[in-house]
Structures are given as structure tokens and as C-alpha cells.
Design a binder for this molecule. Structure first.
Ligand SMILES: [Zn+2]
Length: 95
């Protein structure tokens, strides 16, 4: 018999997961509390790589976005806006 410190329920060993790293060979919380805890952790810390779920930014788009962030950080300007204004002025000159 073992008491779960979370739900305070005393139950047979089969109510607990096996955990070889613990002295009594059983996990700290009962199976039910262990499951609830795992679920909470999953919600709090979702998988950091959305690519696993099937949506991934195209590599080109990511690279462009990174360049833009770098330009903004370095020069305090928006890379895309600058490119647009440059195109505009050259059109004026040659058009
Ligand atoms: Zn419990």
C-alpha cells in the first residue's frame, strides 16, 4: 500500500507507475495524478518544433525574414521598405 501525496489516496502498488529510480520502485504520484501532471506539462510546454505538426515556413521566407530582422537591428530601418523606395527612385531616374 502506498499513499499518493497529491490526491491523498492510499492504494495498492498497481495504482502507481513503476519507477526504478525510486526507493520503493514506484513513482511518486499515483497513475491518475501522474497522467494529469503530464497533460499539464504538455499544455504548458508544447513541442517547440511546429514542423512536427506539418506546418513549416519555407526556407526562403525564413531567411528573408531573418535578414529583415538583422537590418532593422543593425540600421534601424525596414529592409523591405528600403528596397521599395530604392526601386521607386530608380524608376523615376530611368523611366
Ligand atoms: Zn494521486
Amino acid at each position: 500500500m502506498k499513499t499518493c501525496p497529491k490526491c491523498k489516496q492510499t492504494m495498492e502498488a498497481d495504482g502507481f507507475r513503476k519507477d526504478a529510480s525510486r526507493k520503493d520502485g514506484l513513482s511518486f504520484y499515483c497513475k491518475q495524478c501522474g497522467n494529469a501532471y503530464a497533460k499539464t506539462m504538455r499544455r504548458k510546454h508544447p513541442k517547440p518544433y511546429p514542423s512536427v505538426l506539418g506546418y513549416r515556413k519555407p526556407v526562403g521566407a525564413v531567411r528573408k525574414e531573418t535578414n529583415r530582422q538583422r537590418m532593422i537591428a543593425k540600421y534601424g530601418i525596414d529592409f523591405v521598405e528600403t528596397q521599395d523606395s530604392m526601386t521607386d527612385s530608380s524608376d523615376e531616374r530611368f523611366g
